[in-house]
Each structure stands twice: as C-alpha cells, then as structure tokens.
Write a protein that binds this ligand. Structure first.
Ligand code: KIV
Length: 264
C-alpha cells in the first residue's frame, strides 16, 4: 500500500471509502497506520479525550504540535492532519496563515483542519494559496459549543440552506476534503453528491465518502456515555479495569512477580 496523499484522497471520491481515525500518541498511531487506516487526525478532541479538559476550547497550538509530533513519528503511510485549535485562526487571515505554517513545519502534519463554512471562506482560501492543504469541518463544530448550547444535530429546518452554503463555500475556497459532523443522513448524502471534494462523516450517515471516529469512542475508553453515531468495537475500559485489578491482586497475594520474571 503506497503513501496516502491529498491527490490520492481526492481521487478516492466515488471509488473507495476513505477511513479516518483520531490519534494523539506514538504507539496508537503506529498500530493504526500498520492496520491500514487512510488518514490520521490529531483532533483538538485531544483536550477532552486525553488532557481532561471540559471541551476543545482550552487546547493550544503548542499542545497540538506536541501530540502531532509523537503521532508523526509512528506513521509511514497514512495522511496526517492536524486540527487548528480555537482562536489560532479566527483572529485574522495573517494569524491563520502564520499558525497553519508553524503547525505544519513543527509537527510533521501534511494538512490542517479547521472549523467553519461561509465565515471561514477567505481564511481557507488564503491558507490553501500558500500550499497548505485544508480539510474543512462543518455541521456540529465543537469549538462553537457555547453558541450552539450543546452538542446538537445541525442542518435541520431553516439551517439546511446554511449548511449547504457552508459546504459550497469550503469547496470554493479550495478545501481538499470536508468533515460533516452530526448532519442528518439525507442532507449529508445531498452534500456529498453536490461536492467534487470528499466528505467525511461523523454522525453523517453511510453516504459520505468516508468516515471518522474518535479512537477512544471506538475502543470504549470514554466511560458509559456514547454519542448516537458511535459504534463501539471494543470495551477497553472493562479490559483495563480487569487487568489492573488482577495486577493489584497478584502483587498483594505475592503472585507477581514469580520466578519467571526474576533475574538469576
Ligand atoms: O477533534 C476531533 O477529533 C474532530 C473529529 C471528531 C472530526 O474534529
């Protein structure tokens, strides 16, 4: 399997589904890359998922670079995308270009992702014009949590037109791919058919050109709450709890270490 590139992903639209997962550390990225994932996203979900923040708002550019460098060292094939965190691109086009450039230079990522549609048109255009590939993200945009008042399905009722305008705007601005988060299935299908760039769904249904999930959701590492769009493939919370309990019990009973774990 050859290296995944931006042109390759674009050419996969309508031909082959694109797979994407999040990663935040070196060993996990290496496992996912060797398993054949197409794209790895170091999402700003690193904040709530591994840093214990309440949401993605506090995540910084330095934190994103720190985690992405670790992930980059584990990848040979997948395309690596880094999320631009809140207020690293919204202030001005100059700020957005400076941070996108720094994030690519210092992290090893090959593309950036940022949230927003029509409002981010000129920003996406400016970043792509300096040859930094941009993956857009519309629908439920977690950095807008306070405006939205929670993590809710977008693109219903009067918001349908807004979402379609957002999708057209990011394509027109030069984004090479767009994430559709928590969008009704039929609307995600229509947007996918309307655009020439691939759509990646997370709560967007099966008609998108590809799918993304947060790895910790897929592995059952985030406790009992599951968003509706998640398919939990394993329950590692249970596995880790049982392993740690066995270790405690072995140490306390003298069962670990035994002679095979000793030097002679
Ligand atoms: O930050 C993230 O992990 C994301 C994905 C859920 C798309 O934006």
């Amino acid at each position: 399997m050859g290296k995944v590139t931006v042109p390759l992903l674009r050419s996969m639209k309508g031909e082959k589904k694109i797979t994407m997962l999040t990663a935040y550390d070196h060993p996990t990225a290496k496992i996912m890359d060797e398993a054949g994932i197409d794209t790895i996203l170091v999402g700003d979900s690193v904040g709530p998922v591994v840093l214990g923040y309440p949401n993605t708002i506090p995540v910084t550019v330095d934190e994103m670079i720190h985690h992405t460098r670790a992930v980059a060292r584990g990848i040979k094939r997948a395309l690596l995308i880094i999320d631009m965190p809140f207020m690293s691109y919204q202030e001005s086009i100059e700020q957005a270009k400076r941070n996108a450039g720094r994030m690519l230079k210092e992290s090893g990522a090959e593309a950036v992702k940022l949230e927003g549609g029509v409002a981010m048109h000129d920003t996406i255009k400016a970043i792509t014009e300096i040859d930094i590939p941009v993956c857009a993200h519309i629908g439920l945009t977690p950095q807008s949590i306070h405006r939205m008042g929670g993590y809710k399905v977008q693109g219903k009722g009067k918001d349908v037109e807004k979402l379609i305008a957002d999708a057209k705007a990011v394509e027109d601005a030069g984004a090479f791919m767009v994430v559709l988060e928590c969008v009704p299935r039929q609307l995600a299908k229509e947007i996918t058919e309307m655009l020439t760039i691939p759509t990646i769904g997370i709560g967007g249904g099966p008609d998108c050109d590809g799918q993304v999930l947060v790895l910790h959701d897929l592995l059952g590492l985030l406790g009992s709450f599951q968003p509706k769009f998640v398919k939990q493939y394993r329950n590692l919370t249970e596995d880790i709890t049982n392993a740690v309990k066995e270790y405690i019990s072995d140490v306390e009973s003298g069962g670990f270490p035994d002679d095979s774990q000793c030097f002679h």
